[in-house]
Design a protein around this ligand. Structure first.
Ligand code: SF4
Ligand code: SF4
Length: 339
């Protein structure tokens, strides 16, 4: 991984130069908030955005995703649908890069997800350092996601007159060459290091202990009364998982067009917090109680994936806490468990 630089005045031409070849998706202002949207020009991009309501994951794992269609004419034939749109996700903050990086591992292992992997292989990720905590409930520093460690092609850090650019992949190198980026000299490296020190000290810790202890704390809290207490507040809406950059569960459905007999199979986002998520034939439900579902979600975020992939499945973005009408906040739960 190398370090390069680009002058600020050249970034606009670089991004606008990508638009004829790639669908460029970036944060834009939407009704006092921000959202990742397809942009027509660099001018549309909100470089100083605070975290979007939905993470950029939605361009890799859309809320509704057609998997294949079936046509009965001439004998039933299945036509798989793969989205091969060349796409650039620009301006992705470090926490969301971590989220995508984790999905890359999860969805490539075992029975891999070809629809995700197809989109991912056609997507370039250009990250952008945030300058301060997006919101009071962001706890990215505690979750170790303040800086990217993988899952990006280029990652930009604002140094004033220019950006330092971490190059993460060969595709990133090709992009940097295309944009006329130059190798970072000693001065850029010093400024980059100073920017990192400043960023680190500007973010507070919001979990009252070293999160390395989190998997053990969660294991020891399996029968804690806290899960029953949370159950009294949660009402199963699933908002917390909908906004999470590392949640990926889906349901599969068929839709038939009676007029043409054509049918499609698609998937749509699902949530482990919903009553029926773990229901099976015969009427059994493995997590019929809300307390079981809440505990399951928190254990996945702070224990199971850490043990399997070495990384938490919570990047500390704080979106779930902000979206929950009952203010059930992962960070608060992690703190309470230790208490
Ligand atoms: S957003 Fe809050 S109320 Fe809704 S399912 Fe999640 S924890 Fe429960
Ligand atoms: S669990 Fe909450 S804070 Fe953690 S990554 Fe998901 S939305 Fe963000």
């Amino acid at each position: 991984m190398g370090l390069m630089a680009i002058d600020k005045r050249d970034l606009s031409a670089f991004i606008d130069g990508l638009i004829p070849q790639w669908e460029v998706v970036a944060p834009v202002p939407v009704e006092f908030k921000y959202a990742f949207r397809k942009v027509g020009s660099f001018q549309d991009v909100a470089l100083d955005y605070t975290n979007t309501m939905l993470p950029p994951k939605k361009f890799l794992l859309p809320q509704r995703d057609e998997l294949f269609s079936c046509n009965p004419e001439g004998g039933p034939s299945l036509t798989p649908r793969f989205d091969e749109t060349p796409r650039v996700l620009f301006g992705v903050h470090s926490c969301d890069v971590h989220g995508i990086w984790l999905l890359d591992d999860i969805l490539a292992e075992g029975c891999s997800d070809p629809h995700y992997l197809c989109r991912r292989s056609n997507t370039l990720i250009i990250g952008l350092d945030c300058k301060g905590p997006c919101h009071d409930n962001a706890f990215c520093k505690d979750m170790g996601t303040l800086k990217p460690a993988g899952g990006f092609d280029l990652f930009l850090t604002d140094l004033g007159e220019r950006y330092a650019v971490q190059v993460g992949t060969g595709a990133g190198t090709a992009l940097a060459e295309r944009g006329g980026f130059y190798m970072a000299d000693f001065e850029v490296r010093e400024e980059f290091f100073a920017a990192w020190q400043k960023k680190q000290s500007g973010f507070p810790n919001r979990i009252g202990y070293d999160t390395a202890a989190l998997p053990n704390i969660l294991a020891e809290s399996y029968d804690d009364i806290i899960w029953e207490a949370l159950e009294m507040r949660c009402f199963d809406c699933g908002a917390c998982t909908t906004v999470c950059p590392t949640c990926y569960c889906f349901d599969v459905l068929d839709e038939n067009d009676i007029g043409t007999d054509r049918s499609i199979r698609y998937r749509r986002w699902d949530s482990c917090q919903l009553q029926d998520f773990a229901a099976v034939a015969g009427g059994a439900n493995f997590r019929g109680k809300r307390s079981d579902r809440l505990r399951h979600r928190l254990l996945r975020k702070g224990k199971y994936f850490k043990e399997k992939f070495g990384r938490f499945a919570c990047v500390g973005c704080g979106r779930c806490g902000r979206s929950c009408l009952l203010h059930i906040d992962v960070r608060d739960v992690f703190n309470q468990l230790k208490g």
